[in-house]
Design a protein around this ligand. Structure first.
Ligand code: FES
Ligand SMILES: [Fe+2]
Length: 415
């Protein structure tokens, strides 16, 4: 088979150096060539959050997730096995699924009607002759994993290890049973900012006090994202809540990008009187999954480069980042509640989305303002706070390692 490169040689890039502890030089946020390298070396090489198990719960349910030039078709087969395929027909290369989600008995290419079974095998190809070898034209496979109701894919034929992330995240996220939830609301945004500014913004709460009034009702602005500050009242709350959560079988632990890896999971306490991240602190939907009590804090799950999620006792929010261009990023929010909860009876959608819709939109505005300033001739890399922006520096170090790694991916390796 001839091989086509997903990634050109690593040494073809001219990358300006960064001073440790400072933001990146301007081209990292604006240069289309560096953006192209970001796609190849970061997004095509790492595990990406693509969606939710509950969106592909039944055989034939599918989800198409696009990043850069690639589109991934995630589909559950008749045996309940989840597959991910390149959304590229093996005839003349057409996209097969053209909607973001749907349900199908088989995957039919709309161009000349080649038909693939849900597991990606070519089932029929009309007018191709009696001796046409259908077995040689199955869809190209992509690595896919389900983790406590979250679906991840990796375009690389040699994905980085996923199991340590699963081992860390699953015990804490599983009680929320997101695989038995439903998406109650989605919001998508085109944010005029480089994707790294959105991740940087997520990795600090320096801006929370000034920028997030709704979020700050229920959340402390320390104890987050590697902030080393201690405060007696926060420490006492943390100790009391950890004890209570352990008694509930929730296995709380703070796992923050161990050994420079791509994942974080941590159950954070909320302020006194707040049993969930709502405006008044009261639950806004029935308890998720196997939870028996409200007040399970806010379980944070972060996976670099493209997701952060918050699981409360009653609802969860996932955030999916998709880079579109060097100066444009698509952000998708999904709010999940238990699957048998009825809108208008068991929950009011506005109350479910109040805090995190407002907070997210505030973040997008902050990031657009940040990006606009970074484009100026006056911009020069600025210093991160050693108190409250350590996790931003850690993300940039992770990013720089991805960019430096020679990830030449051969399509001939793809099964
Ligand atoms: S390109 Fe798909 S059937 Fe022709
Ligand atoms: Fe924020």
């Amino acid at each position: 088979m001839t091989s086509a490169l997903l990634t050109p040689p690593a040494d073809s890039l001219d990358l300006p150096a960064r001073t440790p502890g400072r933001t990146l030089p301007q081209p990292y946020y604006t240069d289309p060539d560096i953006f192209s390298a970001d796609l190849r070396r970061v997004f095509y090489a790492n595990w990406l959050f693509a969606g939710h198990s509950c969106e592909v719960a039944a055989p034939g349910d599918f989800l198409a997730f696009s990043v850069g030039d690639e589109s991934v078709l995630i589909v559950r087969d008749a045996d309940g096995v989840l597959h991910a395929h390149f959304n590229v027909c093996r005839h003349r290369g057409s996209r097969i699924a053209t909607q973001e989600r749907g349900h199908a008995k088989a995957l039919v290419c709309g161009y000349h009607q080649w038909v693939y079974s849900l597991d990606g095998c070519l089932a029929s190809a009309r007018l191709m002759g009696d001796d046409f070898d259908k077995a040689a034209y199955g869809l190209r496979g992509i690595a896919v994993r389900e983790l406590a109701g979250l679906v991840f894919v990796c375009l690389s034929p040699a994905p980085p290890p996923f199991q340590p992330a699963a081992d860390a995240i699953a015990p804490q996220l599983a009680p929320h049973a997101l695989e038995r939830a439903k998406v109650a609301a989605r919001f998508s945004y085109d944010v005029r900012a480089n994707w790294k500014l959105l991740v940087e913004n997520n990795r600090e709460c320096y801006h929370c006090r000034g920028g997030h009034p709704e979020f700050c009702l229920s959340n402390f602005d320390l104890g987050m994202n590697g902030d080393p500050r201690v405060n007696g009242s926060y420490a006492a709350t943390l100790e009391r809540e950890y004890k209570r959560w352990k008694a509930l079988g929730l296995a709380p632990a703070d796992v923050s990008f161990p050994d420079g890896s791509f994942y974080r999971v941590s159950r954070l306490p909320l302020k006194a009187g707040y049993r969930t991240e709502s405006l008044d602190g009261q639950p806004v939907a029935p308890l998720l999954g196997d939870l028996t009590e409200a007040g399970t804090g806010s379980l944070r799950v972060v996976t670099l480069p493209n997701s952060w999620s918050h699981a409360n006792c009653d609802y969860a929010l996932t955030t999916r980042l998709t880079p579109v261009g060097s100066e444009l990023t698509r952000m998708d929010l999904a709010f999940l509640v238990r699957d048998d909860a009825i809108e208008g009876v068991d929950f009011d959608l506005d109350r479910v989305t109040d805090v995190w819709k407002a907070t997210s939109e505030q973040d997008w505005q902050l990031c657009e303002n940040n990006h606009a300033g970074v484009r100026s001739v006056a911009y020069e890399p600025g210093p991160y706070s050693a108190v409250t922006e350590n996790s931003v520096e850690s993300f940039i170090l992770w990013y720089e390692r991805q960019l430096a790694s020679p990830t030449t991916l051969e399509m001939s390796d793809v099964q």
